[in-house]
Design a binder for this molecule. Structure first.
Ligand SMILES: *[C@@H]1O[C@H](CO)[C@@H](O)[C@H](O)[C@H]1NC(C)=O
Length: 256
């Protein structure tokens, strides 16, 4: 990034504050996407064999400051991939202290012309700020709102919010690399990359169904499906890696 360490720190604080606002704006008639904590903290115990909604708590007596620390978000992700973007996620999977707190953070790097393709987070609203470059962003409202497209050209310092569950995207339509940070209102937002989920499912969705849904021929379905290698089943569930890597799964990358 062009900005120095101070600017970076200020950015992260601003994003975290914005995300905390999203996570905490739970007036009685609003339901937060993640359950509220029932204790000060519940550091994820990844070694426990017990399955709960989230992760079992590590013994509070064994908790240290490192359980609440993630380092390295100042480092750009590698954007040399077909979509030209890279999401570096800091969810409960990377930062165990986030367990039960209903919040997470990502850094998104974009090459010039790179995009984070249309995707949705089943468990989180996302509030994004641009710290370098420019982004064309947007989301699509649901059927009851006639699939209205709400889109905006963002410049450095702009903040845009993508409501929970709605399909959204970001494109770097500038000539220089772009960098954004985003807070998400879940410890584990999840990601569904639309193209991969529809045309790259494992096993594939029946041709007749997709042909009718998209009003195209079966051959055209096969042609699109062939571009998507089926992602490994294990890659579903985390924020990144839903298919082929950052941004939620791109076609054409070798399996991890
Ligand atoms: C994102 O960047 C990381 C760090 O450079 C790299 O390991 C990873 O493979 C990249 N993902 C994609 C999809 O290019």
């Amino acid at each position: 990034m062009a900005s120095g360490g101070g600017a970076f720190a200020a950015t992260v604080v601003a994003v975290a504050a914005a995300a905390a606002f999203v996570a905490c704006s739970s007036v009685p008639r609003v339901v937060a996407s993640d359950p509220s904590p029932l204790q000060d903290f519940c550091v994820a115990d990844k070694l426990s064999a017990v399955l709960v909604n989230g992760f079992v708590c590590k013994n509070a007596k064994q908790v240290t400051a490192n359980d609440f620390l993630f380092r390295g978000l100042n480092v750009a992700g590698n954007t040399m991939n077909p979509q030209g973007s890279n999401v570096t996620a800091v969810t409960v999977n990377e930062l165990p202290g986030l367990n039960t707190l209903g919040i997470s953070l990502v850094r998104i790097d974009f090459a010039p012309g790179g995009q984070n393709p249309p995707h949705t987070h089943p468990r989180a609203t996302e509030v994004l700020t641009v710290v370098q470059g420019t982004l064309l962003v947007g989301f699509v409202a649901s059927n009851q709102n006639q699939n209205q497209l709400l889109t905006k050209q963002l410049v450095e310092g702009d903040v845009f919010v993508f409501p929970i569950g709605l399909i959204h995207f970001q494109l770097n339509n500038g000539a220089v690399p772009a960098v954004a940070f985003a807070g998400l209102s879940s410890q584990n937002p999840g990601v569904i990359t639309i193209a991969n989920a529809v045309f790259g499912s494992n096993p594939p969705i029946n041709d007749d169904i997709l042909a009718k849904a998209f009003m195209i021929d079966n051959e055209q379905v096969d042609w699109i499906q062939a571009k998507f290698a089926a992602p490994p089943a294990s890659s579903y569930g985390g924020f990144i890696g839903g298919g082929r890597g950052g941004g939620g799964g791109f076609p054409g990358l070798p399996p991890p």
